[in-house]
Design a protein around this ligand. Structure first.
Ligand code: SAM
Length: 285
């Protein structure tokens, strides 16, 4: 999701030249991004931001920042803000990213769920769907069918996730036999693509949700994946997000964060079990 992670900026910048941003205009966008989405754009990102805003602005026929910004502030539908977050973030993700989490699920969480009944999981910041489908595929292969709620702020990412069609290169090759069982192979114009099978798709429901806003009543969940998104938030925002996640975990529930993210220095009441795996105290599972 980071501004730094993407290589698509340069190619998109090739199509739509950047608009010029003064230091003051850059600062204006930085504070808007922080306020609305919790994003810390930071120093050194001026050109990247200009390239991305240029793309959005030109799509609407605006040639300079002030005209675009006027439109952004005047828009009452929320659509302009959605376009802005879509432009500012990239959605880098992959199937079975950070496999230690999936190993832990198979070893610790799914056997306990088998004994105690229903399991509900939240993939917060699910991007284009690879994460929640990886969770569903892992669980299904172990004979479990938890309900997985998958959320993201980006409507563009969620559209891709709901489509559930991925290029074959997105999967390990050659495709392992166990995975082949759950995927539909594309033909004709869809050659070289796979669709996630309907039973796996049915385990996942998608909705748009901004993690820094007060969250609706959700959960409680036995497992929350919130990976590779908090790294771009300020410490203050991270604390706020972790608090909200913690409240939605059932006692004994687990929180997975990205391996390059740590909750060190953040106030929380979770117990760290191993790197990037935390557990809410209490519970009997
Ligand atoms: C790098 S992707 C991580 C995807 C997946 N969790 C993974 O680890 O592979 C980060 C995602 O966070 C989303 N995101 C950014 N700010 C957000 C916010 N305030 N609320 C919810 N999602 C946000 C982005 O749209 C993006 O899809």
């Amino acid at each position: 999701m980071s501004l730094g992670e993407s290589s698509s900026v340069s190619s998109s910048a090739g199509v739509a030249p950047p608009i010029q941003l003064t230091a003051k205009e850059f600062a204006t966008i930085c504070s808007l991004a922080k306020e609305e989405f919790g994003l810390e754009l930071g120093q050194g990102k001026e050109q990247l931001v200009a390239a991305r805003l240029g793309k959005v602005a030109r799509r609407h026929g605006f040639r300079d920042f002030p005209t675009y910004y006027k439109y952004l502030k005047a828009d009452q539908s929320g659509q302009a803000l959605v376009e802005l977050i879509d432009a500012l973030t990239t959605n880098h993700t992959s199937f079975f990213r950070e496999p230690a989490h999936f190993d832990f699920m198979v070893r610790e969480i799914l056997p306990a769920a088998k004994r105690s009944g229903a399991l509900s999981i939240w993939s917060a910041a699910c991007s284009t769907g690879e994460e929640p489908y990886s969770i569903a595929l892992t669980a299904r292969e172990q004979g479990e069918t938890p309900q997985i709620m998958a959320t993201d702020i980006s409507t563009r990412a969620l559209d891709t996730a709901r489509r559930a069609v991925y290029s074959a290169e997105r999967f390990e090759q050659p495709l392992p036999a166990w995975l082949r069982k759950h995927l539909l192979k594309g033909e004709g114009q869809w050659q070289g693509h796979y669709r996630i099978g309907p039973q796996v798709q049915a385990m996942v429901s998608f909705r748009r949700l901004n993690l820094i806003e007060p969250l609706p009543s959700l959960g409680p969940f036995q497992l929350i994946f919130c990976r590779n998104v908090m790294i771009y938030f300020s410490r203050e925002t991270q604390e706020h997000v972790v608090r909200q996640l913690e409240e939605r975990l059932e006692p004994g529930g687990y929180l997975f964060v990205g391996h390059s993210e740590s909750l060190t220095g953040i106030q929380h009441n979770l117990q760290q079990l191993q790197p990037a795996i935390y557990r809410k105290r209490g519970g009997s599972r």
